[in-house]
Every structure is written in C-alpha cells, then in structure tokens.
Design a protein around this ligand. Structure first.
Ligand code: NDP
Ligand SMILES: C/C=C/C(C)=O
Length: 335
C-alpha cells in the first residue's frame, strides 16, 4: 500500500486564498487496476485558473492542476515503469491515473515529450497548458503578421512571456506590460521585447502614444480591467484581441467587479475582433504547439524562466505568491 498526501479545498476562497481554505489529507492508495498507473509526483504547477475556477466545484474537492511525475507501478503496457508523464492530478505526492480517461480539461496522462535532456519541469510550461495557451491563443486568434504591433499584459508571466517570444519569432513589434521594474528589464534585455513597462508606475495611455504611435494590431489580454480598455482604445482598424484571462479580478467579489470604460464605439468604429478562448478547445492539437515550442526552445529562439518553490508543504505559498506577482516566468513547485 502506498501512503499519499493531497491538498483538499475545504472552503470557498474569499479574496486571496487562505492557508486554512486547504487541508492536507493523508490516505492510502488502493492497488492499481487494469490500464492504470501509479505516479510519483515530481513537479506541480500553480496556476491562476486554480483560483478562478474555485466556485465551479462543490467543496470539498481535490485541488486539480497539472503535474509531472514518474511511473512507479503499472498495469498499462503503453506506460512502463520509469515513464515520465504529465497528468492533471493536481497537488498530491502520489496518484493513480488511468491514462485513457480524459476529462474536459485534460488528457488522463500523456508521456512527457522528449526535451532532449532539459529539465522535465518544462513539462509544466513548454509542453503543457501554458505552452498550448500561448501558442493557440496567440497564433489562432490574433493571426499576427510580420511587422504588426502586439501588446501583451501579464507579459513577464508564464503565458505572456511565451506569447511575446512567439510574436518576435513571427516578426512582430512587441510591447509588454508587467508589474515590476525587474520584470520590465528582463523582458527588454533578455527576451528581446521592443518595449516593456511597469503598469504600476506608468500612465498606460501616454506610454502607448509613444511606444505604439501607429497603433496596436494584436492585443493578448491576460489581466482584463482598466488597462485592457486603455490598450484596446489604441488599436488599429481590424485589430484582433485574444482574451486569455482576467487575473486582475480573480480575487475580487464577482458581484462587485470594477467598472471599465465603454469600449463599444472603438470596437465598432475600428471593426475589432475580440475573442475569448479556453485552451481545452484545442486539446487534441496540443502536440502541434509542443513540437514548435520545443523546437524553438532547442534552437535557442525562445526560453522559459522558471520560478521554483521547493517542498510539498509550500504549494500554498507558491500559489498565493504567483497570484501576487512573485513569479517571473512559470511558477512551479518541486516535490
Ligand atoms: N484561457 C485559457 O484557456 C487560459 C488562460 N490562462 C490565463 O492566462 C493568464 C496568465 O496565466 P499564467 O501565465 O499561468 O500566470 P502568470 O505566470 O502570468 O502569473 C500570474 C501573474 O499575474 C499578474 N497579476 C497578478 N495580479 C494582477 C493584477 N491585479 N493586474 C495585473 N496583473 C496581475 C502577476 O504579474 P505582475 O507582476 O505583472 O502583476 C503574476 O505574476 C491568467 O489570466 C490565466 O487565467 C492561463 C491558461 C489557460
Ligand atoms: C483553463 C484556464 C483558464 C483560465 C481562465 O485560466
């Protein structure tokens, strides 16, 4: 019998999630059945949707999320012992998975793609939801063309930093907004963004007059709120907006969300396309994103910075730290 630990969400979050909204539960795993695998978790992902989706499930629920682990026992010939897998089993140190049992959000399990000796933790960014989100959310919805100007909020985060690098690969001019001067320096000096700004200290409207005098063609929106309205008011005719997330409001009371300026006149007069998406829509095509992103990574055309916290007991701290902007790049926890 294997003893396992998992984080259970026992209360709905009010504002910033609190430590005692979670309980760490110890329990014994049953024997694996036909087709199942026993996975020892190596890395877990902390992500904004774990906050945003909180009220979609009846409490108590096991905290879902992507993780990379190694197969320790198997009754599935496609997944021998020692295989590295990506699953959606969340914040636990051991789990039993049937790789064939997909959910709406994720495959039951898939083999970690060959990262040519790079850290398997990249299975939580480059070859997981994060990478697919940046790739499809930007390329499919924004349909960027070389020479166009792209604005990105949440630009120094996991998804945003990839979107900016993909935009550079596609020959675009890239303007990023992030929440500290260090992040801004990293975006400009290391990732090659054309311009980056600290949204906490600049006047976004005045900044865009200078940074994008000819307007913005594509906007990848990770944060929502007032900054998004300002950016959209700077868009060119036939501009495209990919609405990926609205993290600026995830900890807010949904009945009291802040008002943002009316955008309809800009949308109509500039004939803008504004599209939200959920990355599960492309679940059967994620491998296409993984192939291109891994190739670009190995060619040195893009990079993924990881913000790593150590220890199963620290997952909560990593989660609220990410929501507060402590991460540059992908926030992950090494178990
Ligand atoms: N539609 C979909 O299918 C998917 C959507 N997403 C969305 O993509 C977005 C980015 O996710 P991900 O890359 O994983 O997370 P990040 O790595 O970007 O981490 C979250 C970041 O959000 C920023 N942030 C926090 N509060 C605010 C605020 N009030 N205003 C502006 N920025 C804030 C912080 O950076 P800073 O220091 O810059 O403030 C923080 O580092 C999220 O909105 C998420 O929900 C992600 C995956 C799939
Ligand atoms: C699947 C993730 C969705 C958001 C909103 O993060």
């Amino acid at each position: 019998m294997v003893k396992a630990r998992k984080y259970v969400v026992k209360k709905y979050f009010e504002g910033v999630p609190k430590r005692d909204d979670f309980e760490i539960v110890e329990y014994e795993l049953p024997q694996i059945k036909n087709e199942e695998i026993l996975v020892k978790t190596e890395w877990v992902s902390v992500d904004p949707y774990q906050r945003a989706y909180n009220r979609r499930f009846p409490v108590p629920y096991d905290q879902f999320g992507f993780q990379v682990g190694i197969v320790e026992d198997t009754r599935n010939p496609r997944f021998p012992v020692g295989t590295r897998v990506v699953t959606h089993k969340g914040w636990c140190d051991y789990s039993i998975v049937n790789p064939n049992e997909n959910t709406v959000m994720a495959k039951g399990a898939y083999k970690l793609p060959d990262l040519k000796g790079l850290s398997p933790s990249l299975g939580l960014s480059i070859t997981s939801m994060t990478g697919a989100t940046a790739y499809f959310g930007f390329l499919e919805i924004c349909q960027p063309k070389a020479g166009e100007t792209v604005a990105i909020t949440g630009a120094a985060g996991a998804v945003g930093s990839l979107v900016g690098q993909i935009a550079k690969i596609k020959g675009c001019k890239v303007i990023g907004f992030a929440g500290s001067d260090e992040k801004v320096q990293w975006l400009q000096n290391t990732l090659g963004f054309d311009k980056a700004y600290n949204y906490k200290t600049v006047n976004v409207h005045e900044t865009l007059k200078v940074a994008a005098p000819n307007g913005i063609d594509c906007y990848f929106d990770n944060v929502g709120g007032e900054i998004s309205s300002i950016i959209i008011s700077h868009m060119n005719n036939f501009g495209r907006v990919s609405v990926c997330g609205s993290i600026s409001a995830y900890n807010d009371d949904v009945t009291q969300l802040p008002r943002v300026p009316l955008l309809q006149f800009d949308i109509v007069s500039k004939q803008l396309k504004i599209q939200g998406f959920l990355i599960h829509f492309w679940l059967d095509r994620w491998h296409e994103a993984f192939a291109d992103l891994t190739k670009w990574l190995l060619e040195g055309k893009l990079q993924m910075k990881e913000h790593t916290t150590e220890g199963f007991d620290k997952i909560y701290d990593a989660f609220v730290g990410m929501l507060a902007g402590e991460n540059t790049g992908k926030a992950i926890v090494k178990i």
